[in-house]
Structures are given as C-alpha cells and as structure tokens.
Write a protein that binds this ligand. Sequence first.
Ligand code: GLU
Length: 292
Amino acid sequence: MTAQPVIRGQGPGVVTRFAPSPTGRLHLGHAFSAIRAHDWARGRGGSFLLRIEDIDGTRSRREHVEAILADLAWLGLSWDSEVVFQSARLDRYAAALDQLKAMGLVYPCFCTRADIAAASLTAPHGAEAVYPGTCRGIDTTGRIHEPHCWRLDAGAAAAVAGPLNWWDETAGTVAADAASHGDVVLARKDAPASYHLAVTVDDAAQGVSDVIRGVDLFAATHVHRLLQALLGLPTPRYRHHPLLTGADGERLAKRHGAPTLAAMRLAGEDGRALADALRQGRLPTGFMASAH
Ligand code: GLU
C-alpha cells in the first residue's frame, strides 16, 4: 500500500476535525460537535478537516459515508483538503504498532472476542472496563498464528513515558493517567488498528491543533496522550464539549429512534437554520446539553 502524504490544514495554526464513524446515520449530537469544530477553525482563519473513521470494516457502510457528506453540506459546513478515510491508512497504523513492538510495550492477547466484548474495550465511547492483563507476560511460543489482538502494556508504557499532562478547555491542565485505563487494545484481531491508535496517528498526521469532540471521549484522551509521547507525536489542545441528550438525560447515540440528520434533511427541513439554532444554544424541544 502506498503511504499517503501528510495532510496539513491550510490556515495559520488552527486545524480542527470532525471524525465520524460511518456505522450509522448522524444525529443531532454529531451536528452539534461538527459545528463547533467547524466554527472554531473558520473563526480563526484555520482549517476544518473531515476524517471518516472506518477501520471497522464489518460495521462501516459506504451509504453512511454518503449520508455524512450530504448531512454536513445540508448544515452549511464545508471542509478543507480531501476527506481522509482511515481504511486507506492501515499501513500507517501498522507502522506505529511496529514502533511500539520494537519498544517492547505491546503484547499479543488471545482472549476471546466474547471476553473483549464483555469488557467493551474497543469502543471509543462509554465507560471502559479495565482488561485484567490476562495475556501480559504469557509464553506465546507457537501461538502467534492464533487469532490475537495487540494490547498496550500500559504500566510499562507509562513508566517509560514518565509524567505527562494535557490541556482541556474546561478541565485545564490534566495529569495523564493512562495506566488506570488498563492495557487497551491497539490493534484488533480483524484490523491492524484500534480507535485509540488510529486517532492518535491521524490527529498528528493531519496537523490537528484542537481536538473538539464530546466529553464522552475525555477519558480516552489519557490513552491518546500516552501514545503521543511513546510515538514522538505532538499533543493537540482538547476541547471536550457537553453531549446532547434526550429530555430523560440519555445520550442520543444510545437512544432508539433519535431523529437522524438524514431524516430531517429528506423531510425538507432547513439544515442551515438548524445549525444556527444549535450555534445559539437553541436546542429542539426534547433535547438538552449535558456535561457528563
Ligand atoms: N470516530 C469517533 C466517533 O464517531 C470520534 C473520534 C474522535 O473524535 O476522537 O465517535
């Protein structure tokens, strides 16, 4: 596979991105996030980039990608540079994993899919169960051809990296605490990358200066900060924002029947008017912004 060139924003310094996974239709919460990232860059003469996080080949769909592009245009958002697809950058993630292998900071894990699913360790969102380290230090002789993922030896990695900080708009300077997240998956059984590895490599490759995303990914930033240090990558500023929820406080991503942007678009609603309402904090009836 040919390596893609480094893609940097055109503006003087500020580069933001919207990085949806094309595993479903976008909802109002995605619009809220994309508008914030877009406006932060546009208001500062910077660049707004679009990255499609489609490493999960089994759940990603081309039709969702098409809907995402149409939804963003409907909201009146434009992006700079070509759209980046993570599925075209697997060689980059494999190279980063090799770097960590050479440092002795990752190990193969043979735990079953059911174990991993139970611990929900590959999902970017939500409370992550901590992997108990079952496969850390086991003898893998003769087993390496069995299906396995690769995990970060977080304790060893944190010791190598030493104390680390990152900055968040709301929380201020945060001491990175990646070890408490346990040995996260960096390469899956079915893909040479996990969310954590791909997002870290790509934010650096795209020159992202300000990561603007939901507060549900705040905890993941501890892991990303550690990976940045290990891989010698720069650390962006982080601006984690509140999530939109239904009136019952439940996150839109978890709700059944939350209206999708595509449905509103196809029903003839005015996307630019919706975007302006969201900018002004006027949420449609039945929605709230929650800081948790
Ligand atoms: N792809 C992730 C998602 O759709 C977002 C990743 C990020 O913004 O860091 O939730």
